[in-house]
Design a protein around this ligand. Structure first.
Ligand code: ZN
Length: 144
């Protein structure tokens, strides 16, 4: 399972993802940490007027990682989401994506390109749409 890059405050131990240089609570430099690529759904919603370059509807979820960081994730759909449900989280260029654990264990297309408006998609989204997202793997059978 993928790791998520984050940062931790050495003073209050607050964890953020994506990483920040300074703790939002203190003027203290944060230290880089690697976080597990899963978390629990805090809330979720669907945007029907998503940002430029993304096809509607855009499904997003607020996910809390085990270390406590809360991140917004994009996903392919939200109909199977429930508050408290554990999902896999993957980061691509500091954009986070959730996928369902236990259902899809095979590769799946996790992102849908915004039709023929691709040239207007930002550089960030361009790198995202090129990628096929892996489903979460059974960790006991994961190859080294
Ligand atoms: Zn702090």
């Amino acid at each position: 399972m993928d790791r998520i890059q984050g940062s931790r405050c050495p003073r209050c131990l607050r964890v953020l993802a994506p990483p920040a240089r300074f703790c939002p609570d203190h003027p203290v430099a944060m230290e880089p940490v690697e976080l597990h690529g899963y978390g629990d759904v805090i809330s979720f919603t669907t945007l029907h007027s998503p940002p430029e370059g993304f096809r509607s509807p855009l499904h997003i979820a607020l996910v809390e990682l085990p270390a406590g960081a809360r991140i917004f994730c994009h996903g392919s759909e939200t109909k199977l989401l429930r508050v408290g449900r554990r999902v896999a989280v993957e980061a691509v260029d500091q954009v986070f994506y959730f996928s369902h654990l236990g259902l899809a264990d095979r590769a799946r297309l996790f992102w849908r390109r915004a039709g023929d408006r691709g040239e207007r998609v930002t550089a960030m989204a361009k790198s995202v749409v090129k990628r096929l997202f892996r489903g979460p793997k059974d960790e006991t059978t994961e190859a080294p």
